[in-house]
Design a protein around this ligand. Structure first.
Ligand SMILES: [Zn+2]
Length: 233
């Protein structure tokens, strides 16, 4: 293998490694991004809290109704006990019983309203809990798929790194140093393929001297425009 061919193969290997490393980085970012899950969790918590509050309001109202009933019961017991004989007092007691009956009726209506609100809250809370459950499952599925992909990528990167090491070892030091010193400036592509007479990276057609040198098989011929090492494949 000529030096330029060995460098080109090395470049392909390195680009492959970089591509995979980039994907690993993107996977790491995706693994950290749990915005959808957090949103479903927050919605679930909010609606569960709303349901608890609605249930508490129903319980409070039931208690208030029970208290009103107790009071009416005691008032009626006294009213019909025969112990009270004063007409004024009897009339007051009669009015109290009636007032408590009216109050219970108002409270009953209120309880109906609160119960219906609670039922609405319950339906919403159940939906939110189901959505949160689905979001969790989805997140777990996605995370697992991403972790699997990452493991596969890491294993292949390790393999490619080993191949890179033996590729570098087979390249004469001078040629490798030339390639290596150009790597950053040439965006990881110090070697460019020559197609027809043009450099495929910068697109510039090469002059007679360059073409002749390549045809002759000279070692490391540079693009007259971008300076990359040219290879004809
Ligand atoms: Zn070029």
């Amino acid at each position: 293998m000529s030096n330029v061919a060995a460098l080109y193969r090395l470049q392909e290997l390195e680009l492959d490694i970089l591509e995979r490393a980039k994907r690993i980085k993107a996977i790491n970012a995706q693994l950290e991004d749990d915005a959808a899950l957090r949103e479903a969790e927050a919605e679930n918590e909010e609606l569960q809290a709303a349901l608890e509050a609605a249930e508490a309001r129903v319980r409070d109202m039931e208690l208030e109704i029970a208290t009103a009933l107790d009071k009416r019961q005691s008032a009626e017991t006294r009213l019909y006990s025969g112990e009270v004989i004063n007409p004024k007092e009897l009339q007051d007691m009669q009015m109290e019983v009636e007032a408590l009956t009216r109050r219970k009726s108002v409270l009953d209506d209120e309880l109906l309203k609160l119960s219906s609100e609670r039922d609405g809250c319950r339906a919403k809370a159940e939906d939110a809990a189901a959505r949160y459950g689905e979001a969790r499952e989805e997140h777990e599925r996605e995370s697992k798929a991403l972790l699997d992909e990452k493991e596969t990528l890491k294993a292949s990167v390790n393999q490619l790194l080993a191949q890179r090491k033996s590729s570098v070892a087979a390249i004469p030091q001078q040629a490798f140093q030339t390639y290596n010193s150009m790597r950053t400036a040439k965006s990881n592509r110090p070697v460019a393929v020559l197609r027809d007479k043009a450099c495929t990276i910068c697109g510039i057609e090469q002059n007679y001297i360059v073409i002749t040198a390549i045809n002759r098989g000279d070692d490391l011929v540079n693009c007259q425009n971008c300076g990359r090492i040219l290879i004809r494949i």
